[in-house]
Design a protein around this ligand. Structure first.
Ligand code: NAD
Length: 294
């Protein structure tokens, strides 16, 4: 089977590489041509536009930054919709607004093209290892057709409901991660200010109820003052904005998410948008006048 892969950035490049390792033929496309160098060297073919990619594949995968990029690649000029064959499938693995997934799927459906939204969790290391957690929305029969293929890129692929449900689940994930980082930051800065070493606090509590995957991954980065991404603050701002927009539309207040969004916006104004999201601790450190380091 030939797969069209559009968007070979930090995540897309290793995901495409894993599909090629599994024996699939790939037609690849990215607006930044240099992102394609490795895939082309490994035998992928160049697609000149999303329409060209779609015309040459049975199944397409997109891994793009956000909703406007997915809308443009799928529905814009020379978009997937212009080239796709009836019966083809688009799997959009970008983290975008659920409403955009539904909108794009509806236009494609009118052309006989199926769509799944299938955002991922795990970041670049898991994209490289092929162990991403994949959250899927769409029809069960379409999911069944592509589940084995998804498991070449991830260690789990869970169907969460109809189209858009993958991105709803991803938003839930991003809310929980952001609020965990904020709670950790608030606690470690307070402890530091009142005289207990943050490393001692981390070691004492990590095995108890406050322990978490987020704490284990992010507290050491805070203690080392190492905010190399990882997952950039600007990407988390994008995800929280999608969560806030979705909540507004649904009439559900999400006050804690909105507060953490403001902290991230403050860090962006401070020139820290490119840092790892564990850099959120610096918001508290600036206010308290201490640093929660080893
Ligand atoms: P990235 O910016 O590195 O990659 C996106 C790629 O899309 C780039 O190569 C860019 O040139 C390409 N692109 C943009 N517009 C395009 C267009 N119109 N046509 C063709 N190509 C286009 O981003 P990433 O880190 O790979 O993230 C991709 C998605 O995965 C995002 O939605 C992100 O939130 C999500 N995600 C990222 C991580 C992570 O740790 N980086 C983890 C989980 C989920």
């Amino acid at each position: 089977m030939t797969i069209g892969f559009i968007g070979l950035g930090i995540m897309g490049k290793p995901m495409a590489a894993n599909l090629m390792k599994a024996g699939y033929r790939l037609v690849v496309h990215d607006v930044a041509r240099d992102r394609l160098r490795e895939a082309l060297a490994n035998g992928a073919e160049l697609g000149t536009s999303p329409a060209d990619v779609a015309a040459r594949s049975e199944l397409m995968i997109t891994m793009l930054p956000n909703s406007p990029h997915v809308r443009e690649v799928a529905l814009g000029a020379h978009g997937i919709v212009e080239g796709a064959r009836r019966g083809a499938i688009l799997i959009d693995m970008s983290s975008i607004a659920p409403a955009t997934s539904r909108e794009v799927a509806a236009v494609l459906a009118a052309k006989g093209v199926e769509m799944l939204d299938a955002p991922v969790s795990g970041g670049e290391p898991k994209a490289v290892d092929g162990t991403l957690a994949i959250m899927v929305g769409g029809k069960p029969e379409v999911f069944d057709q592509v589940k084995d293929l998804l498991l070449k890129m991830g260690s789990s692929a869970v169907l969460c409901g109809g189209i858009g449900s993958g991105n709803v689940t991803k938003l839930a994930n991003q809310i929980i991660v952001a609020l965990n980082i904020a709670a950790m930051s608030e606690a470690l800065v307070l402890a530091t200010k009142v005289g207990v070493k943050p490393e001692t606090v981390f070691n004492a509590i990590k095995g108890g109820l406050a322990g978490s995957t987020v704490l284990n991954a992010k507290a050491p980065m805070v203690l080392d003052g190492n905010f190399r991404p990882g997952f950039r603050i600007e990407l988390h701002i994008k995800d929280l904005q999608n969560a806030i927009d979705t909540a507004r539309e649904a009439g559900v207040p999400i006050p804690l998410t909105s507060q953490v969004m403001e902290m991230m916006q403050a860090l962006k104004q401070d020139g820290k948008a490119g840092q790892d999201h564990s850099g959120l601790v610096q918001f508290y450190e600036k206010l308290a006048g201490v640093q929660a380091r080893r």
